[in-house]
Write a protein that binds this ligand. Sequence first.
Ligand SMILES: [Zn+2]
Length: 362
Amino acid sequence: MAPKKSKPKSGNTQADVPFPLLDFKASDDAWYGVRLVLYNNTLVVKYLDFPEEFDDWFNAWDFKSLEEVESFKGRFRPTSLQLQDHECTKVIEEMCVCASHPYGDNEMRFYDAVIEEKISKAHNYSKGEEECLCTFVVLWLHGPNSGQKKSIGIEDICLIPNGDTLHPTLDSFVKISKEKLEEGAHSEVHFSTIKSKSSRSGGKPPYNYSQEAGNSKLSGCETQTFKGRISNYQERIIEDMDLGGKSSLTNDIAKTNGYYSILIENLEKDLLSSTVVDFIYRQTSILAQAFIFPSLSSELYTRGIIIVDNQEKLGKIYDFLCDPAQMVMSSRGRPWIVTEGRHGNSRSTFGASMPKTEMHGL
Ligand SMILES: [Zn+2]
């Protein structure tokens, strides 16, 4: 008899791989066998037997609460293993199983179902192999046929293993996600939008990336590149700072035309530069550098500088920070202020009192 028990969603058993295989409940509500890869803060869910373009990417910053993290973790479980004919007696009524359902011409999708009725029949034995001829009536618990019943054979049934989902990669990602939440609770930045007709869809004046850096106007927001002209205040701060191994870099910033920077004021004093770097990267896909300057104890806020290596990146970050349809603010409601280069002649990019809707929290 042909090996009909090759489980379509998973080509391996748990014993074949160093880490236990996991099933993942994907966005289509079906379970898939997956393996996991962790890149820094990003978890890549790779579907077994599917090409790379089907990979799902999840970032540790994506979660807004511990409940969301736990809910995400709950979408994984130890892989369910296809029932073999001789294991027929393991299936009993009212038991929850993972069952296959045809999808398209040649594919199967897997959903949880309850065994409503088991119609036992004598097994067939030929050439030394046992064949289960029983029929199982299942009630689908989710998926496109949720609430409906169907009669299936043992080849459509997988047993759901008991026990916790213990997987080192998943556990690491969950741990990082919880740390990000913790970190965000202390130095959080919110990206908010203002509900007005002057939204993104209204279009923004194009930024002329070829224009010389300086105090030119950009989308109603003063540009500031400090291209070799860092303000006296910043020079003083940078000179005063003990930056250790980074001192040569900051000298470059101050003295070399190859770097472009944006000064941000009104930052929370406990904001981390890594939070700024992550935030800018997630919003603009630009990997910048950031420094948060020390502040006097009498000051209620601090300043920071975002640094990139070319003017185009600077323009994109500026477009984001100065988009009139949105605002960047701390979790305590402190809006970021992009300042003009000299003499503290600054303006808030957005009024703190403007109506806003939270879009994304860090
Ligand atoms: Zn049977």
